[in-house]
Design a protein around this ligand. Structure first.
Ligand code: PMP
Length: 360
């Protein structure tokens, strides 16, 4: 066999659906105003960055992660107000928790269900683990379609229902009474994905306490540590115990754990940033409302979804002006001509609004 045939032999091992798709796209943003993936725009002050460097420099990197990650898990549990009888497990970002949940629940015929459009990893992860994903369209105003959700739950009996709360990319929270109905009807787990909780008037802990099949997933990414990769899942002890069995044993590095601890010790800094981003979100929303040719949707996250006449054209023109947002059009039919704009610093938002106005 020659080299080409050997490579072919290797390629033939990969699943057809894997070969037919592409890796998760990460847009290059060198030198641009980067408002595409809901990052916190604020870096630490020079003083805190120096202190963090000292802390990281003192970490023993020759050993596998152990006590450091346990300390971080305990600190995150305290930070989130984890109730009695619950446990926490950590992921390398909440993306990994979605993979872990899928892996731990992947029986033949398992169904994962979510209202759509929503965060794409629920579907991608389900597909790669041989599960069927059922998406239930949101209403035109992006509110949950209660009857359709209940009908789909009855028909498909999902093992996992994901509710992104607030929802990515639409930014909104949903009617609490409808969520309560969904939770009551669910035959399996309900995961409240609270990635955007730092910017929202919501907290699903009480829901979880009333209904122990509800799990709460959060991340330090939107809080301000997207580069560090720490997600966490809180729920009834017995349920978290099962999820934890499929966790890659040393999935959170010692450096990540130390950086996470450092951030929690400076929670006031991050709380102030979240407050500033909420205020900026209201400012941007008002400006978009006043701008002809664009229709923004109300948001409780650090992003605003907005519909324009021609999203591809506006996206490209903004990019040419040095501002990167996300063109969400292709992700779902309900998002046709929608741009998802991350909330940045005051200066970034000013630049974004100017570029947008010139690009419509
Ligand atoms: N959940 C939602 C709703 C998200 O939008 C994202 C990222 N955009 C994630 C989870 C994953 O976040 P991370 O892996 O950075 O924790």
């Amino acid at each position: 066999m020659d080299e080409k045939e050997r490579i072919e032999q290797g390629l033939a091992c990969f699943r057809d659906d894997v070969r037919a798709t592409h890796a998760y796209p990460v847009q290059s943003a060198e030198g641009m105003v980067k408002l595409d993936v809901m990052e916190n725009p604020f870096r630490l002050s020079a003083e805190l960055q120096r202190k963090l460097g000292e802390r990281l420099g003192a970490v023993a990197i020759n050993r596998y992660p152990a006590e450091g990650t346990q300390r971080l898990a305990a600190a995150l549990a305290r930070h989130a107000g984890m109730p009695q009888g619950c446990a926490i497990t950590l992921g390398n970002g909440s993306d990994e928790l979605i993979t872990m949940l899928g892996m731990a629940c992947a029986k033949p015929g398992t169904v994962v269900l979510a209202p759509t459009p929503t965060f794409v990893m629920y579907e991608i992860s389900a597909r790669y683990q041989g599960q069927r994903f059922v998406g239930v369209p949101l209403r035109a105003d992006f509110e949950l379609d209660g009857p359709a959700m209940l009908e789909a739950i009855k028909e498909h009996r999902p093992a996992i229902i994901y509710l992104s709360y607030p929802n990515n990319p639409t930014g909104n929270l949903w009617d609490a009474a409808v969520i309560e109905q969904i939770v009551r009807a669910a035959p399996g787990l309900v995961v409240m994905d609270e990635a955007y909780q730092p910017f929202a008037d919501s907290d699903s802990m009480a829901l979880m306490q009333r209904h122990p099949h509800v799990l709460i997933m959060r991340t330090m990414s939107k809080f301000g540590l997207a580069g560090v990769r720490i997600g966490y899942l809180i729920g009834n002890e017995a349920l978290i115990h099962e999820v934890d069995k499929v966790r890659p044993p040393f999935n959170v590095s010692v450096l990540n754990a130390e950086a996470g601890m450092f951030a929690l010790e400076h929670v006031d800094v991050y709380d102030a940033q979240a407050a500033e981003l909420r205020a900026q979100r209201e400012r941007v929303f008002a400006a978009l409302r006043a701008m002809p040719g664009i229709e923004p949707y109300p948001s409780q996250g650090n992003m605003i979804l907005a519909r324009v006449a021609d999203a591809a054209k506006t996206f490209a023109a903004m990019k040419a002006r040095g501002v990167l947002v996300k063109n969400s059009s292709a992700a779902h039919p309900a998002l046709a001509n929608c741009l998802r704009i991350t909330i940045g610093s005051a200066d970034e938002n000013t630049a974004m609004l100017a570029a947008l106005e010139a690009s419509l």
